[in-house]
Design a protein around this ligand. Structure first.
Ligand code: ATP
Length: 454
């Protein structure tokens, strides 16, 4: 049963009808006293609480009611309904332990999505499963790992995949955030629909709107054709916003608006469009710290992280290193038709103690490079070590310009240009060769004003 707390009878009725159409029973309360009496009688499965449910539009009563509900029951899911004007109250409500918030006027589909998600997530998480059990239940193909902390991640994403909950994936560069985002989509009921990836690190403020919302021909000087935005492409599917921590404050407001209302306008068109998406985002930045410093909007933070998943760095799960190394070796055996490829025991132990600052991506590259360069099939410690030091040596002292002839910045610019030329302007490859994330490379391209072909 869902308890609707609102003094507006029209709101009570329309919410009750919406829920009934989905087979959900509901009850209503017009004020706090009535609500608390009903809660004492029977605890509902979910509460919908209007933050402005008295004539006093400060909404302070909604917050006070939420506190009382939490004192009575710390776990019953509560979704706040709030006007744009009282958004800070919704944020205060999230801190007080609300599960989600919806802005008025709400979109019915978005409301139901939030209700169903809260109800589904309420089920107690299963006890820790081993990898085999997880594989029987979910599709985690191409994902290697059985370290307990990593299995916990797989268990969480398996459980939340079926809901429409927004998921925020945190982790250092190369820990597999994109792979995990894909797995969430693949295990969701949206799997037959698009999975659209957007790298927010590479998008300037001016490009942001046209990239995400699309534009009409003539919307601005360079808009020679109509362009479909990423949100529209992701309709009925999932949208993956990578490097969300790189987004500037202006773009954050625009993103919040569409996530809140599930509505947006194509640039150059006055028509409002509705969109049905599941949001997955990722970053290697400390978003909570960015919120504290005022560099990331708190309301956006709460909007994107109904569920947070933290991927452990590879050095914290050394037990997975041999599994990953063998996985990549198997792929290479097939790819290069070298069935006898093998990693010696000592080499495996050596790999296991290496800290891999670049995480899984670095391990993958190291295995690939070593296989390519080494003519023998039996790979020893020396073969791996040579590859590591070869990378280090390429920037070795002998080849460096004379002190005073170049600044560090000039060298950086030069190196970036060389990497782009070497890889025919392929950003991902150039970034990898430079040991940067794509977004870090984009930032530098902008900083140095280097032209590149997208
Ligand atoms: N558990 C895993 N099993 C197998 N391969 C993995 C695993 N995790 C990551 N990888 C591989 O490592 C590489 C890096 O992963 P991914 O791009 O998902 O990392 P990321 O955290 O999104 O990195 P960045 O923050 O730099 O964008 C990819 O080639 C991916 O396929």
């Amino acid at each position: 049963m869902v308890l609707i707390i609102d003094d507006d009878i029209a709101v009570q009725k329309s919410l009750a009808l919406l829920l009934r159409q989905q087979g959900l029973e509901s009850d209503t309360a017009g004020n706090e006293r009535e609500a608390l009496a009903k809660l004492a009688e029977r605890m509902p499965d979910l509460i919908l609480l209007d933050m402005n449910f008295t004539v006093d539009t400060t909404g302070a009563d909604g917050l006070a009611t939420l506190r009382r509900i939490r004192a009575l029951n710390p776990v019953v899911p509560v979704i706040l309904i709030t006007g744009w004007a009282t958004m800070e109250l919704a944020i205060a409500g999230m801190k007080t332990g609300a599960n989600d918030f919806i802005a008025k006027p709400w979109d019915n589909q978005h409301m139901l999505q939030s209700v169903k998600t809260a109800l589904e997530l309420q089920r107690p998480p299963a006890t820790s499963k081993n990898r085999k059990q997880l594989d029987q239940q979910f599709n985690f193909e191409h994902i290697v790992g059985q370290d307990p902390a990593f299995l916990q991640v797989l268990e969480t994403i398996g459980r939340v995949a079926a809901t429409d909950a927004s998921v925020l994936i945190l982790g250092e560069s190369g820990t597999g955030k994109e792979l995990i985002a894909e797995a969430i989509h693949e295990n969701s009921r949206r799997r037959q629909h698009p999975f659209v990836k957007v790298n927010l690190g590479g998008i300037s403020t001016t490009l942001f709107e046209s990239e995400l919302f699309g534009h009409k021909r003539g919307a601005f000087t360079d808009a020679r054709f109509d362009r479909k935005g990423r949100f529209e492409m992701a309709h009925t599917g999932s949208i993956f916003l990578d490097e969300i921590g790189e987004l500037d404050l202006t773009s954050q407001v625009k993103l919040l608006r569409v996530l809140q209302d599930r509505k947006f306008e194509v640039l150059g068109s006055s028509q409002t469009r509705s969109v049905d998406i599941r949001l997955i985002s990722a970053t290697n930045r400390d978003l909570a710290e960015m919120v504290a410093e005022g560099n990331f909007r708190e309301d956006l933070f709460y909007r994107i992280n109904l569920i947070t998943v933290k991927l452990p760095p590879l050095r914290e799960r050394p037990g997975d290193i041999p599994l990953l190394a063998r996985f990549y070796l198997d792929n290479l055996r097939e790819l290069y038709d070298r069935p006898d490829l093998e990693i010696s025991k000592t080499a495996m132990a050596w790999l296991q103690q290496y800290p891999f600052p670049g995480n899984i991506r670095e391990l993958k590259n190291l295995v690939e490079r070593t296989v390519l360069i080494t003519p023998r099939n039996f790979l020893e410690v020396e073969d791996f070590r040579t590859q590591l030091s070869a990378t280090a040596k390429r920037s070795g002292a002998d080849d460096l310009p004379v002190v005073g002839s170049m600044t560090l910045e000039e060298m950086e610019r030069e190196m970036i240009q060389r990497a782009l030329d070497h890889y025919d302007q392929h950003i991902t490859n150039a970034a990898r060769a430079l040991g940067l994330t794509r977004s870090a490379l984009y930032r530098r391209l902008e900083k140095y004003g280097i032209d590149f072909e997208r």
